[in-house]
Design a protein around this ligand. Structure first.
Ligand SMILES: Nc1nc2c(c(=O)[nH]1)N[C@H]1C(S)=C(S)[C@@H](COP(=O)(O)O)O[C@H]1N2
Ligand SMILES: [Mo]
Length: 538
């Protein structure tokens, strides 16, 4: 029963309260909806969670320039930013649905239900989606709509003005006897808050439970990596000029860049994993993880890089892969004449196409199972990914690989090619100054300049440095560990005079091609241009 005076006519304060209440019903109902969706995803898998499904669809629909902008601006945080954006948008729309519901409860509920419909569409549009994947969004939509309807109607009952003329109580605090329809505002507020809290807890709980159910870290820890058939010597120390600030020659797994479209990491138990090799082959293959580990395994030291890397950017790393020979497996399958593209498919539906001729030309392409002596980290493709030296990741390095199709370029455009990127994806010759850091202040005299250069699979023949547009000078190249690896370099700038200076670098690959000065954006086939750094000598 209400202890509050029932106002007549409503005062402005009450108007505000009613608006806030209406907004709160929308937020509470949406939270309950998302909580329900997260709980339901326990059964159908993390990618079918409504927000994840909508986010994944958004990633696939994002126009290339916007995607480039996101990678450039947010880097590895791009996914967190996207999810925050979706949550914020949802909150805003939920508030609007709540306000609408205050006037027209059914219409508000229908609006919230429509978001559920968006989730259904998104979940079903995922590659390899099953009908069941729409269940979390259906549940979310139904719960969201019903909750909003109930809450909005309750809120209306707290406001006699909305229910038509009511008899005046005799005095303040008197029991409003003849108006049983009027619910206490406090009761409805409590119900709204409880709905919100329950929804939030269900959301968090659903996520924790789903993560636990899908956890494959134990399975990953249990992987026993066989030794490679011919273990190569580790790169000698001379591959790395000993200059403070220069990146290590081998990138630790934890520091290895990550670029992919996966909002939730695919979690694959190796016991459930099998790789299908099919298409234009004489003998299609199905290989289990155990069978793959029984193949003669090879180690490959290799620098993987991303086409989205800006000049001087961070999206590359060097690692020692362990894996089975991809060309050997393709030969076993018997590649038919006429095939020119090898398409890798991941468990999450990514498609990546590599020129088949290059895979079979003698380069050391692998189906990799390990990185730096460890089973592949989940973020880098556990349990298996492809690696083909000479190509950017988007045309060669399918993570969470489950399917290899021998086909033609004419027959199929992979994911990034559909979005306008170059279908070949050969790594361009590039170089980067790492020391001194941009805008560093260094002491006059001898200044050490150092960095990395790469032209994966062709190899680096020379690196030159120039200062303030002077003559190009040869940098000193560290030991050449092979064409599939970056090459570190250094240059001692003797007698650096005080003032601001611009340092530039350019590399030459082993075909004799000099890195072009002309700037090009990463889209559609990799950035070009010389990297430069401005330093102040004091
Ligand atoms: N399944 C899947 N594999 C993928 C991608 C992806 O989005 N999904 N991105 C590719 C791109 S663009 C790059 S550069 C490399 C990056 O590999 P890394 O994240 O292990 O560094 O993975 C490639 N393989
Ligand atoms: Mo990439």
């Amino acid at each position: 029963m209400s202890n509050e005076p029932t106002p007549s006519p409503p005062r402005p304060g009450h108007r505000l309260l009613r608006t806030a209440g209406a907004a709160a019903t929308g937020l509470a109902a949406a939270t309950a909806a998302l909580g329900t969706g997260a709980m339901a995803a326990y059964a159908t898998g993390a990618p079918s969670t409504p927000v994840i499904a909508v986010g994944s669809a958004a990633i696939d629909l994002t126009p290339t320039p916007l995607k480039e902008y996101a990678v450039r601006t947010f880097g590895a945080r791009d996914k967190a930013v996207l999810l925050d954006g979706i949550h914020l948008t949802m909150a805003l729309l939920a508030v609007l649905a709540g306000l609408l519901a205050a006037r027209r409860p059914l219409a508000g509920a229908a609006a919230l239900g429509a978001f559920g419909g968006l989730g259904v569409w998104a979940a079903l549009s995922r590659p390899g989606a099953h009908a069941a994947d729409c269940a979390p969004s259906v549940a979310a939509g139904v719960v969201g709509a019903a909750t909003l309807l109930l809450l909005a109607r309750s809120w209306r009952r707290t406001s006699p003005a909305l229910l038509g003329p009511q008899p005046e109580p005799e005095q303040e605090g008197a029991v409003p006897g003849p108006a049983p329809a009027v619910t206490s505002r406090r009761t409805v507020l409590a119900a709204t808050a409880a709905t919100f809290t329950a929804g939030a807890l269900a959301g968090i709980g659903g996520r924790i439970l789903t993560d636990r159910r899908l956890d494959v870290t134990a399975a990953r820890d249990a992987v026993r990596l066989p030794a490679p058939a011919v273990p190569p010597a580790p790169p000698p120390p001379s591959v790395h000029p000993n200059i403070p600030g220069l990146s290590p020659f081998t990138t630790p797994n934890a520091d290895f860049y990550r670029v992919d479209t996966a909002l939730t990491l695919p979690r694959i138990d190796p016991r459930d994993w099998a790789l299908r090799i099919h298409g234009l082959v004489d003998r299609p293959q199905l290989i289990t993880f155990d069978q793959l580990l029984r193949e003669p395994l090879e180690e490959l030291d290799h620098t993987l890089s991303c086409v989205s890397n800006e000049v001087g950017g961070p999206y590359l790393g060097t690692t020692r892969w362990l894996g089975a020979s991809l060309p050997a497996l393709l030969r076993r399958a018997g590649v038919r004449p006429g095939a020119d593209q090898l398409v890798g498919r991941s468990q999450d539906g990514m498609t990546i196409g590599t020129p088949l001729e290059s895979v079979l030309d003698g380069r050391r392409a692998l189906l990799a199972v390990a990185m730096n002596g460890e089973a592949l980290p989940l973020a880098h493709g556990f349990p298996c990914r492809s690696v083909v030296p000479g190509f950017y990741g988007y045309t060669s390095a399918t993570k969470w690989l489950v399917d290899l199709e021998v086909t033609t370029f004419a027959a199929f455009d992979p994911y990034w090619v559909q979005r306008g990127w170059d279908r070949t994806g050969t790594v361009r010759t590039a170089s980067r100054i790492e020391v001194p850091a941009p805008f560093a202040k260094v002491a006059a005299g001898n200044v050490d300049i150092a960095g990395t250069a790469w032209a994966t699979h062709r190899g680096i023949a020379a690196v030159e440095v120039r200062i303030d547009q002077g003559h190009w000078r040869q940098a000193e190249l560290a030991f050449d560990a092979g064409p599939d690896l970056w090459r570190q370099w250094s240059y001692r700038w003797a007698g650096a005079p005080p003032g601001a200076h611009r340092i530039e670098v350019r590399a030459t690959d082993t075909t004799g091609a000099v890195q072009p000065e002309q700037r090009a954006t990463p889209f559609p086939s990799g950035a070009t241009g010389w990297h430069s750094t401005v330093v102040t000598v004091t």
